[in-house]
Design a binder for this molecule. Structure first.
Ligand code: GUN
Length: 282
């Protein structure tokens, strides 16, 4: 078997086209959705992600603000920035790029964000809403994965979904979204005994552990849909995912590439959240 490659760039294009139409509609009502992205310090990967978010928002007609703060920013200064954005009427949503420099308290930062403007879906109010399957802003990467699965017509209801990774950003919210969509969900992590024994049972396998090419073909059930959330630099210096593309491609039924799979979806869903936040406020 050779896996069908799920084209994240094409699906993200659809989501962005919908976003542009929604922005145009909001503008007819006198609302320009506003998104701010906060970055602290000079993490090279974060800078690339953040620039991409700001540029995409601009391209789709949103008001887009980049707040770039030096690595020496104090907790009080960062909290003051959050307070300003919470109060800014032209900013409907904002996010603080993680990871923060080690001297800053990321939990306090997330809790300080107005949940109605929390376009990352990281605030405990939005996390609780997700858990209860109530309306709220959903984390962008897991929401993007759901959209990829839907567009690629991967059946979720009744499927066994196995997630490798238990982060607050991906693994845990991914589990909730799949559960609410009718999957039977297993979350695996670094302490899981016999990880391949679990991954080989997966109809849908989501790799979100942050280790280059960790999931190999022998860990995958023939025909499974494999979603690669990782972005790593391999030993060869090349950008790669958490999935060993070459060995998994000949076993899986469907597979997302890196780059060009989940990554573009994260940005598109962020814009979608900002538009949702703007629309709700009107
Ligand atoms: N770092 C890696 N992914 C994300 C994300 O989705 N949001 C934020 N804020 N930081 C991240």
């Amino acid at each position: 078997m050779t896996a069908r490659i799920i084209d994240g760039v094409a699906v993200a294009r659809q989501v962005k086209d919908e976003a542009a139409a929604a922005v145009a509609e909001l503008k007819t009502r006198g609302i320009t959705p506003g998104l701010a992205v906060v970055i602290v310090g000079d993490n090279a990967a974060s800078q690339i992600y953040v620039r991409n978010k700001v540029r995409t928002a601009q391209e789709l007609g949103l008001l887009s603000e980049l707040v770039a703060l030096p690595a020496s920013t104090t907790q009080a200064e960062l909290m003051a920035t959050i307070a300003r954005l919470n109060a800014a009427p032209e900013i409907h949503g904002f996010m603080v790029q993680m990871p923060l420099p080690a001297h800053l308290d990321d939990k306090a930062v997330i809790e300080a964000i107005n949940p109605l403007k929390d376009v990352d879906g990281f605030h405990r109010e939005n996390v609780g809403a997700l858990m209860l399957n109530q309306p709220g802003l959903r984390p962008c990467t897991p929401a993007g994965v759901m959209r990829l699965l839907a567009t690629a017509q991967v059946p979720v209801k009744g499927a066994h979904a196995v997630i490798v990774g238990r982060s607050n950003i991906v693994g845990k919210p991914m589990a909730m979204l799949l559960l609410h969509a009718g999957a039977t969900v297993t979350i695996c992590h670094s302490q899981t005994r016999d990880l391949p024994g679990f991954t080989r049972q997966a109809d849908i396998l989501v790799a979100a552990l942050g280790r280059a090419r960790f999931v190999t073909g022998d860990m995958v059930k023939p025909g499974a849909a494999v979603i690669d959330v990782g972005i790593n630099r391999g030993a060869d210096g090349k950008l790669c995912g958490d999935v060993d593309f070459d060995s998994v491609r000949v076993v899986a039924g469907a597979l997302t590439p890196v780059p060009g799979g989940v990554g573009p979806m994260t940005v598109a869903m962020l814009i979608g959240n900002a538009i949702a936040a703007a629309g709700r406020g009107s």
